[in-house]
Design a protein around this ligand. Structure first.
Ligand code: ISJ
Length: 367
């Protein structure tokens, strides 16, 4: 070995020794943190005797925001937050493992959103429909549910909004996920693809790409992207539009990558549970409203938001199903319903609204 190669080996060995020592220190510290979480569980159980809220969304976002603010680099803020997300997930599972219902089968973007929000220690339970997710959480069989609510390319998931009208569930969190769609298949030649399966939203997110590259293939909407991938696994003349997770699970190859028409394609999901979240300092509130069907009705309904300086981040209208041309509005505002100015505005809003329901206040997504 040359002198310089020898020096390189020694330098490498020294840094690796240092890394080994650091890993043991990290392990000690993580273990100590986990023991603290066990103590927290002990205190929580002791103080109530009855039902215990082990999962504290406002505390979890506070931990992640603090870590991002304190991050000295060189890892970027998102990356360190993701690592701590996993540490907290494992610590919480020591208190009590959480379970979350998602739109199945395995491998959907909704499952990816559930794991992004709760970390890998959450037990995810696949449901066949969004209705079933609501029912499973309402019955208490699952602690939380994760449902898609809007996509930056294709807009609102109207079925999810409609389900909130008759559900007692509340929104406890939001998750935003960059969605990359791929063409997955068992076929080796695109010319042999006669059918393309996917969720209707995903087909719509890739409409231009499909028009250009597979103009004659029939587009068949199914319950989810992962369901499409499952179907395609046994049909060599078909392709699915879905995520990489689904390709791995169902043994498909990726014939074309990132076929979504908008490169920034993002889906927003809501976490639903029996309660919303206490204030975290940076929150949103979702409302369900309706007003009298008269000139200026919506304008005057929303006026209290402007008066109290509250910013509205979204408004969607949906048929009320109570009569034709009668609508309800889903409105998202910045702030928590317990913050004084939000509370005043909501009080005024409630006085004027025909229908007024707070769907929940929850922390703005950190990850
Ligand atoms: C440890 C706690 O319980 C859970 C675990 C957390 C953590 O590991 O930091 C944070 C919030 C809770 O979901 C707590 O409430 O502080």
């Amino acid at each position: 070995m040359s002198e310089s190669a020898n020096q390189e080996q020694q330098a490498l060995a020294a840094v690796r020794d240092r890394i080994d020592a650091i890993d043991l220190e990290i392990l000690q510290l993580i273990s100590e943190r986990a023991r603290c979480a066990q103590q927290v569980a002990h205190i929580k159980t002791g103080s109530t005797g009855g039902s215990v809220q082990f999962y504290r969304p406002e505390r979890e976002v506070a931990v992640l925001r603090r870590i991002k603010d304190a991050n000295p680099g060189p890892l970027d803020g998102e990356e360190v937050a993701r690592l701590f997300r996993e540490i907290m997930s494992a610590c919480l599972a020591l208190e009590r493992p959480l379970n979350a219902a998602f739109l199945g089968p395995e491998g959907t973007f909704t499952q990816a959103a559930a794991i992004k929000h709760f970390g890998h220690s959450v037990v995810t339970q696949a449901m066949a429909t969004i209705d079933e997710i609501f029912r499973e959480v309402e019955s208490g069989a699952c602690d939380f549910g994760v449902v898609p609510v809007e996509n930056s390319t294709e807009g609102v998931v109207s079925h999810t909004l409609d389900l909130f009208m008759n559900s007692p569930l509340m929104i406890t969190g939001e998750v935003c996920l960059r969605v990359h769609q791929h063409l997955l298949t068992k076929a080796t030649d695109p010319a042999s693809i006669r059918r393309v399966y996917s969720h209707q939203q995903s087909l719509a997110q890739c409409r231009e790409w499909l028009d250009r590259h597979l103009p004659t293939a029939e587009r068949l909407p199914v319950g989810s992207n992962a369901e499409a991938a499952r179907l395609v696994a046994s049909d060599p003349e078909a392709a699915a539009v879905a995520g990489l997770q689904a390709a791995e699970i169902y043994g498909l190859s990726v014939l074309a990558e990132r076929i979504e028409d908008e490169p920034s394609n993002t889906t927003r999901f809501l976490v639903i549970g029996k309660q919303d979240s206490p204030p975290s300092g940076q929150d949103k509130t979702s409302l369900l409203l309706s007003c009298k069907n008269q000139a200026g009705g919506l304008h005057s309904l929303l006026a209290p938001l402007a008066v109290h300086g509250i910013s509205m981040t979204r408004i969607e209208s949906r048929p009320s199903r109570r009569g034709i041309w009668d609508y309800v509005f889903f409105v998202d505002i910045m702030g928590h319903r317990q913050e004084p100015k939000v509370a005043y505005a909501l009080q005024n809003l409630e006085q004027d609204a025909l229908l007024f329901k707070v769907l929940g206040s929850y922390p703005v997504a950190v990850l």
